[in-house]
Design a binder for this molecule. Sequence first.
Ligand code: ZN
Length: 260
Amino acid sequence: MPEIFKNPAFVISGRDLGESDRLITFYSMDRGKVRGIAKGAKRSRHRFVNTLEPFTLLNISLALPRTKGLSRIESAEILDSLSSIREKTDCYIMVSLCCELVDLWTRDGDPQRELFELLCSYFRSLKQGLPPRKVTLFFETQLLTLVGYAPNLDTCLCCKKRPEAGYVTFKVHEGGFICKRCQRTEDAYRISLGALRSLKYIQKNAFSNLHRLSITDAAFEEAWSLIHRLHCHYLQRMPASYKVLDMMSQTYSKKQKDML
Ligand SMILES: [Zn+2]
């Protein structure tokens, strides 16, 4: 008899495998990322009716392989279908992005309980109706901390002092910034102190304090862009979801221009 692994887990992605199966990737509470084959799920949806949809929180039962190979999904019981999130396009796009990041940042069978809890808090905040992009910025910033790449948002990389006003120059490759006084060149990637302070707040606070974050639209866009640059830099690639977002914002700007 194979060993059976039972655990709460989120569906983070799924793809067809051969003619009749699907390969599902989960992020589980006790084993981190795990993959399992859903036998016959492509041909007949009866066995896993609506259970293996993206983001669903399940109680999975996996038959682990005796040696190498893939696990088989024995059963999957829905704990929370999170259907309200899937139905809203803006939420769906944001959650797909976060699930892709979790997939890119993690290895199979390398559990991190804080990451599972971060996903729980993320979905809870979306269900409460908090703004999806704000919730996602929270998630992406805290994910960087969990994977060990929290940017230094406190002091200048050169003089080690806290900046006082205006803008700083962010050095993505060094994970920190240079203050106005230490800046020598003109070709700088500038970040406002408002964006920096908001990101510091996110780094230091739990999701339950998200509603207290007060950030201007301009500072939000700066913070959003910086966090994406950092993920791309450390992952050494651009996640597909970021490309989709870029394309969407370009289409949106073109429409805006055409209307003028
Ligand atoms: Zn300085």
